[in-house]
Ligand binder design. Structure first.
Ligand code: PGA
Length: 255
């Protein structure tokens, strides 16, 4: 069971799924059923087009809304990008950054993340920073080296005490969308390692920062993952698209 000083957090990464109407249908149902989650924080990350509707449909609920990406500049000649002031205007609470799909398919670099994470924190938005190794890197015994490289590079611009304000998601790439979940022990080991890396910079921030597990989290494996000492919740892709499945996963994070 995670530490009492860290509130469990479950985040839905909808990726490129759900039109505005589909997002509204999901949220009307989900918000209607969520009830009292006993202190579990819930964040939904729709595509940019559905952010405004999602903020509107969750207004009188404990659910918060975050984006799936952001640009670090406030404005400029960056075709196709969306800035932090644009998200803030909508009432968006944060953004996923460094997702492996953005790193692999859209060239998001550690250098860009080193600018995005402090820009979000400065604006009072919550970054959900994703890190994780490929299968070849795990097989080659490089998991810790990869995590160290990503955590050190991506968070280089964050003042150590502010590390407590972000969320990190450990997402082994071989477990994303594959139905192959990391075992609770594998996830716990990697997340404890990430926490230790952060403790090298600021031990009290490391004790307070939420670190999630992501990669094929489902209603039937969530509870055993979330029971591990350092796992503070989950970042959920496929299983977050169905309101009943996502609710069951949120329930599994109850302290
Ligand atoms: P998954 O995706 O739950 O479908 O594996 C998780 C993620 O990519 O954040």
């Amino acid at each position: 069971m995670p530490s009492a000083e860290r509130r469990p957090l479950v985040a839905a990464n909808w990726k490129m799924h759900k039109t505005v109407r589909e997002a509204e249908e999901f949220l009307d149902r989900f918000v209607g059923e969520i009830g009292d989650l006993g202190g579990v924080e819930v964040v939904v990350c729709p595509p940019f087009t559905a952010l405004a509707a999602a903020v509107e449909r969750t207004r009188r609920s404990p659910v918060r809304v975050a984006a799936q990406n952001v640009h670090e500049q406030d404005s400029g000649a960056f075709t196709g990008e969306v800035s932090i002031p644009m998200l803030r205007e909508l009432g968006v609470a944060g953004a996923i950054v460094g997702h492996s799909e953005r790193r692999a398919l859209f060239g998001e670099t550690d250098e860009a993340l080193a600018r995005k994470v402090p820009a979000l924190l400065d604006a009072g938005l919550e970054p959900i920073l994703c890190v994780g190794e490929t299968e070849a890197e795990r097989d080659g015994g490089e998991t810790e080296a990869v995590l160290r490289r990503q955590v050190e590079a991506d968070l280089a611009g964050v003042d150590p005490p502010h590390l407590a304000e972000l969320v990190v998601a450990y997402e082994p790439i071989w477990a994303i969308g594959t139905g192959r979940t990391a075992s609770p022990q594998q996830a716990q080991e990697a997340i404890a390692f990430i926490r230790a890396l952060l403790a090298d910079r600021d031990s009290s921030a490391a004790a307070a920062v939420r670190i999630l597990y992501g990669g094929s989290v489902k209603p039937d494996n969530a509870a055993e993952l979330f029971a591990e000492r350092d796992i503070d919740g989950g970042l959920v892709g496929g299983a977050s698209l169905d309101p009943d499945d996502f609710l069951a996963i949120c329930e599994a994070a109850r302290p």
